[in-house]
Design a protein around this ligand. Sequence first.
Ligand SMILES: [Zn+2]
Length: 185
Amino acid sequence: MNEQHAALLHHAPRSQKPADTWARLCCEQAILAVEHGCYGVGAVLVNQAHELLCSARNQVFVDGHYNSAGHAEMQLLDQLEAEHPQQDRSVLTLYVSLQPCLMCYGRILLAGIPRVRYLAVDKPGGFTGKGLPPAWAELAAHTSIHQARVDSYWINLAEQAISTLQDRQVMRQRVLSAWRGTSLP
Ligand SMILES: [Zn+2]
């Protein structure tokens, strides 16, 4: 991790609440994603004993290829299903640095994750769960997705990871290039 980014983690206030620990890990993953030229989003899965089960970050642009399913939550749930098939999902909480998008919201429901706590609100891209078809609404009724109660430092850092720490225009150009089938800028 570069020095400037590492300082953002080191200058953080001491953890006041248990969720601050997970917020820190989400932000660390988000910053690593930025350093790898991906969207600055990170996520972790923890169990009822406050143990870390999986961690992941956005990987939409890895190895020069575009993976539209490479969102942090998707990577995290791939890991859960591949590495912990015996894990009881009902005790899990998913922390993510940014409010889940439409795709990830659906995946969270299908994966049976009962609790999601996000740091930064994603006004233009976050899915609120409104307007779901009946079967999906039924799944969503068993899922609680809210903003995490953490120190505002982490919410601000999660916002920075997706805005000022990276150039959104460049990211957009990469997606458009991928859609055209040309190599990524
Ligand atoms: Zn997503």
